[in-house]
Structures are given as C-alpha cells and as structure tokens.
Design a protein around this ligand. Structure first.
Ligand code: NOJ
Length: 586
C-alpha cells in the first residue's frame, strides 16, 4: 500500500495513487397496460432511433480554450441533423473537477464553467428541438466527485454519522485498520479503497472507489441517496431532456459483506467478457432493479416519451434482458455486439442472440461499435492481439492495426450495423472514419487509467481527441485558436468533415447514405432473415426490401445481380472484396 492511499479530510485527487436471468414473460404479456396494441409500443421513437454520442470536451470549442463546450456543440448541431441522426447523447457537462473528464460530478444540477452555463444548455436543447433532434444527458449515480459537498460533509462528520452513510465507508482490516476492507481493485488500476485522515488527525476509515480515488462510491442502500437522485432526474426532466444515459448502471449495489473478489485476467475493466456463471460482487447485483423501477415511475410522470439507457457491461446478453424489462430501462447498450470480433460466425451469433434476448422482454436491441471508453472501431477491428476494454493502445502496444484495413473493416461493420432492426448508437468522429490516436505523447495523456497503472495501460485518451472539422484551419476547425486538450495527429486533415462532405465514397457520405436508406426503408423497425449460400465468411441477411452482404473473409464473394444501394467500397464488377459490405435491392 503506498502512502498515497492515506488521504486527508480534504479533496483527494486522481494522481495520488499514480443473476442469472429469471423467467422472462412473453412480450404480449408485458406490454404496458396503456398501450392499446403492440403497434402503439412499436411507435415509440427510441425503438428505432439513431443516437449520436457527443463527447463535449472534444466536439467543438467556441471559446478557444482547447476544451469543447456547449456553445460549440450548438453551433455545430446542424451537421448532426444533416448526418441524419435522431438524437444526441451528451457525455457529462455538469460541474466537476474533471479528474475523470466529467464523470466525477460535484454538482449534478449545475453546468461546469468549462462547458458554459445552464442557459447555454437551454439554448442547445432549443436548437436541437428546432432541428428535430432529441437530447439525452449522462447521469452518474454510482459515485460523485470527492469534491461534492456531500462527500466533504461525510469526511467532516466522522465515522458512524448519517453523512458517512451516504457513501461506502468501512473500517480497515489489520490491528490498526491499516489494511483496506477487501481486495477489490479499481477499474482504473490500483486499490479500490483509499484511507482518510479523520479531522482530529488520526488515520481513519476507508472509502470505496470502483474508479479513481476522486470518485467515491455512494451507498445505495441509503434511502437518502435514492431521494437525491429522484430530485436530480426531475431537475433535468423539467429542463426538457429526452432521457438519460445511466453511467455504470450495473454497479450501484454491492454484495452484502463486500466479499473479496479477483476478476479473471481476460475480463474487460468494466466487467465485459465474464463467464456466464460469474457475478462479481460489485457488478450486476439484483438490487439495482428496484432502483430503476422507481426511476421509470418518475420518467413515466412526464410526457414526451423520455428514456433511460443503461451502461451495463453485463454478459452474457441473457442477463442484460433484466435491465430492459418494461418497467425498467428502455434500452441497454449492447456491449456484446461491440466486443464481437470481425468474423462472420461471431457477428451472426451476436445478432441472433441480441434479437432473441431483447425481444423476449419487448425491448429493442441496441447496436454500438464505438464510444469514449473503447478503442475506435476503425482501429480496433484490425488489432492483431487481444486488447481488453480499458487497456487502450499506444506506441508500445503489440499488434497495432493497419490503418487501411481498420478503416475498411470499420466501414463494412458500420454498414452491417445500420441495417439492423432496433436502435443504433454512433460515437462522434466514427462518421469521419477516425482511427484511434495512437502516438499521443506520454505527457499529454489524461486518463486516470494511465496514471493509476503507471503507464502500463494507455487507457482511453486515444478515442477522445478533439474532432477535425476543417482540414486547413487551426486545430482542424475544433476552435479558432489551435488549442486542443489532447493533441490532434498532424495527419488528420483528410478526415476533416469539410474534406469529406460531398465526396463520393467518403466515410461521411457512406454514413449519410446508409442513415437515409435506413430511414426510407424502415430498417429500424424491420426484421432480419438470414441468407445462406455465400460461404462461412459472409454475413448475409434481408431486412425488408434490402439485402445486406458482408464479406469478412479474405477472398472475393460473388454477388447476385441486383441494384446496388450502397457499398462500403467501390465495386468494379459483380464481386464483393474482403472486408466490405454491400446493400442491394433484391
Ligand atoms: C463509465 C464511463 O463511460 C467512463 O468514461 C467513466 O470513466 C466511468 N464510467 C466512471 O464514471
């Protein structure tokens, strides 16, 4: 244990330490009583929506300080309407010391000055409404910032106090409490516990932080905590948000007694990749469900079809169904899909199980390939070694991707995803084909993972680099000053939006074409029928009028004679090359 784990009763910082699924009722039996018919339920916007994740730090920077902001987002929202998405999800912009890029909130109802003001948020939402875009905000209920007044009050109030009960404090083990209460490790590396110094100067209790030491975990068995979050939900619902993305939705409840647990080496840091029979004592505990049921009741008090989507790294998919039963969340991110390898067998398998599992509880499947926590799929799909989520890639990573191959696979994978029924999540920059920024200088890195593992894991900075908008402007048009909180690679000019708009075959135009066709042919509310006869390396299916053929193998595949609607590569004959997807009208 390093001495850094002994904290004062002041704000700790991030650099201190360097159910099984129950029986599922058939869909007919569980549609909400208000819905007259299944068609009514199917009409809900979120069942087919394409939702675009905006990472506020890196989207667009109006004041030139190098960090994106709400006004910047508002000024560029028309490009998202033009892209053809239905909604935006904003990663956190609430008041925060930014130890984990805003996922360390110190005021859940305030806007961090870095990003603007509540008025700026209202203006953003109003502009979004004009453009026909819905707005979802990020809610971080597993932990607050250690700078939150509630945590500061807990530090000041002492052991056994009501205030301490809001968080997960425990006495240490060992003769003098000098050992942490259990062996849990932080998702970002290092111990998941830090010891405080009590106000009288004596070594004190320990508090749990599944993430950075600046992110103390609440104790959700405390009714007071539950009440606060109902108020927070109402605050944003009253402000007109269309819903919430719920951070670490699988982590709020910890197993009684906080038993020791060591995750298998191959598990991703957030819990993906676990064997079926494993339920870690801090992920996916049954008690989370009653929390989300009370939240659902609050959302249902509001008009306008407000939604919740769970960030729950729960595997296998059959367990995730419990999160999206009709009285809980509306959606859950499908991380099993994101984690599928580039093989036809695994893609087909995960599509099948997703549709089956989500359908069994009347929820739409979601589909996602990238977000702010994973290696961008334009790089990830061409990695040649295992890279569990949270590890990240950097100059010393083995098996680094070939950039052209990665982009080809990413375009092909996206063209599969956008033809699937259900709801799709896109991560900013994927429509530009952005790769992971691999060569970030060590001293520019900011992810707590990098610090807490002493550089052993690169973490997530590489997918968070500010977006390129204009190929010939300072900071590629991210702002006008050329500042960027993470340096943009010099060779990003060809990825800039203005270099792709209107250019036939650009990744941006491919996304636009696919999104327009998805809409025109109602693919989001369709059904898929597998097609056979193309060989084991091909993913082929029909959704309504559209036939999708994707070649994950290494030899060309003969195509049927039909009108081509779109293709992830330029075809020069009736054959589909490897790492490509085509949509045909058959
Ligand atoms: C999941 C978020 O997506 C990630 O960015 C964050 O670091 C952790 N939750 C902790 O809030």
């Amino acid at each position: 244990m390093s001495s850094d784990d002994t904290l004062q009763t002041s704000v700790p910082t991030d650099t201190e330490t360097g159910t099984g699924i129950g029986a599922i009722a058939p869909f007919d039996a569980i549609v909400s009583p208000e819905a007259e018919t299944i068609a009514d339920v199917r009409g809900e916007w979120w069942r087919t929506a394409v939702i675009y994740q905006v990472y506020p730090r890196s989207f667009a920077d109006s004041d030139g300080d190098g960090i994106g902001d709400l006004r910047g987002i508002t000024s560029r929202l028309d490009s998202l309407a033009d892209l053809g998405v239905d909604a935006v999800w904003l990663s956190p912009f609430m008041t925060s010391p930014q130890k984990d890029a805003g996922y360390d909130v110190s005021d859940y109802c305030g806007v961090d000055p870095l990003f603007g003001t509540l008025d700026d948020f209202d203006a953003l939402r109003a502009r979004a409404t004009q453009l026909g875009l819905r707005v979802i905000v990020d809610l971080v209920p597993n932990h607050s910032s250690s700078a939150h007044p509630w945590f500061q009050a807990a530090l000041a109030a002492g052991p056994g106090s009501t205030e301490r009960g809001h968080y997960t404090f425990r006495d240490g083990l060992g003769e003098n409490g000098e050992l942490p209460p259990n062996n849990w490790e932080s998702i970002f590396g290092g111990a998941a516990w830090s010891r405080i110094t009590e106000v009288d100067g004596t070594p004190g209790q320990w508090y749990l932080h599944l993430f950075d030491s600046s992110q103390p975990d609440f104790d959700w068995s405390d009714p007071w905590v539950r009440e606060q979050f109902l108020d927070i939900l109402r605050f944003w619902l009253d402000r007109g948000v269309d819903g919430f993305r719920v951070d670490v939705a699988h982590g709020l409840i910890k197993a009684d007694g906080l038993p020791d647990y060591t995750p298998p080496a191959e598990a991703g840091s957030m819990g993906g990749g676990l064997a079926d029979d494993l339920t870690p004592p801090y992920w996916g505990q049954d008690g989370v469900h009653e929390i989300y049921r009370t939240w659902r009741e609050v959302l249902d008090e509001y008009d306008g079809d407000r939604i919740m989507v769970a960030e729950a790294w729960v595997e296998p998919l059959s367990k995730l169904a419990n999160w999206v039963r009709p009285d809980e969340m509306h959606q859950a991110f499908n991380f099993s899909y994101l984690e599928s390898g580039w093989t036809a067998t695994s893609i087909r398998r995960v599509i099948d199980s997703s549709l089956e599992v989500f359908d069994s509880v009347g929820a739409p499947s979601t589909w996602v390939l990238s977000n702010h926590d994973v290696v961008r799929h334009a790089s990830r799909l061409a990695l040649t070694t295992e890279n569990p989520q949270g590890t990240g890639i950097g100059p010393k990573t083995e098996g680094l991707p070939d950039r052209d191959l990665g982009l080809a696979r990413a375009r092909a994978a996206t063209a599969i995803m956008l033809a699937l029924p259900g709801s799709v999540y896109l991560y900013q920059g994927e429509e530009l084909g952005l790769p992971e920024a691999i060569d970030l200088p060590d001293d520019s890195r900011q992810d707590p993972t990098w610090f807490r593992t002493n550089g052993e894991r690169y973490g997530r900075d590489g997918c968070r680099v500010p977006l390129p908008w204009e190929s010939a402007s300072p900071a590629f048009g991210f702002n006008t000053t050329g500042e960027a909180w993470l340096p943009q690679p010099d060779d990003w000019a060809p990825y800039a939006r203005d270099a792709q708009v209107g250019r036939v075959g650009s990744t941006l135009e491919l996304y636009k074409l696919a999104l327009a066709a998805r809409d025109e042919f109602d693919l989001g509310s369709g059904e898929i029928e597998w097609l056979t006869g193309y060989g084991p390396s091909v993913v082929a299916f029909r959704n309504g009028e559209i036939t999708v053929i994707a070649n994950t193998g290494d030899v060309p595949v003969e195509l049927p004679i039909a009108d081509e609607l779109l293709s992830s590569v330029e075809l020069d004959g009736p054959a589909l090359p490897p790492n490509a997807t085509v949509w045909l009208r058959v």
